[in-house]
Write a protein that binds this ligand. Structure first.
Ligand code: AMP
Ligand code: TRP
Length: 364
């Protein structure tokens, strides 16, 4: 009876041995120094080039560097009303896009957020540790409610706490996202720290945001000072990941630029946001830097550069679109991948929740 003690030992001895056993069980379930990577997107609107270069591409590259969890964040999406049928369709389509972009279910756990109830269970617990002042600082809430008083709801306000739970329920150590999510990641670290301090236990690691440097912000093709966004009313502002070669060529041809050719160095892009954006896209697709693109292409006119950019886009997005069409013709296959992924994810979250419940003193 190595853990439970023997008859005659005091109750205190029994208790501490019992909690040792519990810690061993919890501790045994995870490899201590392994990177744990989590990210996700909301199933709303179109997924576009910004999503691919700012996030998806690095998700794929990170497979094999740690335990990867990639989710379709449908509970975040409903913080703004979504037509139910459209939400269902978009959820499957978003999962299909992850797969088409190269997320491999043999290497990563791919699932839908709402199929793993512990995300919301942990949200409540973290909400009890989150000062309102921290949420008041979130710029995304202000952006999303500006001019929309009807959107001022608790769910949208608490969105960053749900996001913290999405990350912490897997004890994720690394979170690859675009720059616009940085503030949410900082809040997640603050909440994790607050929880650990409140209960004097290092339950949650402080997750590192992993933000692409070259493709952190892909801008609109119509206005280089605005982010490329799924909610832009003009379809010419973005390259959708479902656009075919002709559409891509047309959108790039129509993309706003200025009259000057490409400069020789990055400094020459200052005050030229549209030119900068096209060079950024080119560099991100080619897996190089803007400096390197400019070094080799200085003096090239934008009409020539746009043709080369179109070719590069088609080479990258063509196979993705083809694979997407293939996947979308077989929804049962996507469903079975998501089903298996949710089951794996639930096993992970249950481990964390067991520990969290114990630390807090929740009954049972
Ligand atoms: P969203 O489309 O806002 O749900 O974002 C999904 C992911 O794509 C997040 O990691 C974003 O940071 C990233 N993302 C969205 N738009 C862009 C953009 N224009 N440039 C770079 N990354 C982006
Ligand atoms: N807020 C993210 C976005 O709009 C989506 C998201 C929800 C997310 N939960 C997350 C991203 C957890 C990374 C980790 O893109």
């Amino acid at each position: 009876m190595p853990f439970f003690g023997t008859v005659g030992q005091g109750l205190v001895g029994f208790r501490s041995r019992f909690s040792m056993l519990k810690e061993r069980i919890i501790g045994r379930t995870r490899e201590p120094n392994m990177r744990r990577i989590l990210s996700g997107m909301q199933p709303t609107g179109f997924l576009h080039l910004g999503n691919y270069l700012g996030a998806l591409k690095s998700w794929v590259a990170m497979q094999g560097t740690g335990a990867c969890f990639y989710a379709v964040m449908d509970l975040n999406a409903i913080t703004i009303p979504q037509p139910p049928d459209e939400l269902r369709r978009a959820t499957r389509r978003t999962a299909a896009l992850y797969l088409a972009a190269g997320v491999d279910p043999a290497k990563s756990t791919l699932f839908v957020q709402s199929a793993v109830p512990d995300h919301t269970a942990l949200t409540w617990i973290l909400a009890t540790q989150t000062p309102l002042g921290w949420l008041n600082r979130m710029t995304q809430y202000k952006d999303k409610t500006a001019g929309h008083r009807d959107r001022e709801r608790l769910g949208l306000f608490a969105y960053p706490v749900l996001m913290a739970a999405d990350i912490l329920v897997y004890k994720a150590t690394h979170v690859p996202v675009g720059e616009d999510q940085k503030q949410h990641l900082e809040l997640t670290r603050d909440i994790a720290g607050a929880f650990n301090r409140a209960f004097s236990r290092e339950v949650f690691p402080l997750p590192e945001p992993m933000i692409q440097t070259e493709a952190a912000r892909i801008m609109s093709l119509r206005d280089g000072t605005k982010k490329m966004s799924k909610s832009d009313t003009s379809d010419y502002a973005r390259i959708n990941l479902t656009d075919d070669a002709d559409t891509i060529a047309l959108k790039i041809r129509k993309a706003k630029t200025d009259a000057d050719p490409l400069p020789g160095e990055v400094k020459g892009l200052e005050g030229r946001p549209e030119a900068d954006n096209l060079v950024t896209i080119y560099a991100a697709l080619a897996g190089t830097t803007r400096a390197e693109v400019l070094r080799t292409r200085a003096g090239t006119s934008f009409s020539t550069f746009k043709k080369d950019l179109t070719d590069l886009l088609v080479v990258h997005l063509g196979p993705l679109t083809a694979r997407l069409n293939e996947l979308e013709s077989d929804p049962a296959q996507i469903d079975s991948i998501l089903h298996a992924g949710a089951e794996k994810a639930r096993e992970e979250t249950q481990k964390t929740m067991r520990e969290v419940r114990d630390v807090i003193g929740l009954y049972g």
